[in-house]
Design a protein around this ligand. Structure first.
Ligand code: HEC
Length: 167
């Protein structure tokens, strides 16, 4: 029941993840994530992280194995991640905090990795048959370990707002 709710909540934002991020940015001036972060009212500069060092270490190895071929070894992704390619698909975005990944609460990030982007017209493969839930969390921990305290604090507020009441 809990999971179904998360799934329902996640569908609308996922469309934004896959399609909207690029379009929305088209006319906008290039604003870096660091510059945009304070607009989301970052009251606390630091927030304690949800993951352990062990999770980050395991996630790093899994990321290199499953994700680095597209998102790059350092999670820096493709420099032109906002531009649709000839097939109308988005290139793999950076996950290191320089793009949009920190706009998405944890349940949605898990969802993206589990289901991929193909059902939404994107090209990222699904990992739900290849990685366990714990492994996906470890990979996301490694990804988030690349985010500055400022980015993480802003993400933390978005995440708390989105997951309020869901434990
Ligand atoms: C075949 C290339 C490919 C592989 C492999 C891949 N991705 Fe992706 N990923 C993409 C593309 C392309 C997108 C943009 C959405 C789409 O087109 O599906 C994306 C989007 C994402 C997003 C959403 C980012 C945002 O800012 O909205 C996350 C999170 C993500 N990938 C994580 C992962 C993780 C973790 C792995 C490894 C388990 C992985 N990806 C493996 C290509 C890939």
């Amino acid at each position: 029941m809990k999971i179904q709710r998360i799934v329902l909540l996640s569908i609308a934002p996922l469309l934004l993840v896959v399609g909207g991020c690029a379009e929305k940015e088209e006319g906008e001036k290039k604003a870096s994530a660091e510059k945009m972060a304070p607009q989301v009212k970052a009251s606390s500069a630091t927030a304690s992280r949800w993951y352990s060092d062990e999770q980050v270490a395991r996630g790093g190895a899994l990321f290199q194995q499953h994700c680095a071929s597209c998102h790059k070894e350092d999670a820096s992704g493709s420099p032109d991640w906002k531009k649709l390619n000839e097939e109308g698909k988005l290139p793999p975005p950076p996950l290191n905090g320089s793009a949009h990944t920190w706009h998405h609460p944890l349940p949605l990030l898990r969802q993206v990795v589990r289901n991929g982007g193909i059902p939404m017209g994107g090209s990222m493969p699904a990992f739900k048959d290849k990685l366990s839930r714990d492994e996906i969390d470890e990979i996301l921990a490694w990804v988030q370990s690349h985010w500055s305290d400022k980015i993480y604090a802003t993400w933390n507020q978005i995440n708390q707002r989105a997951t309020k009441g869901e434990g």
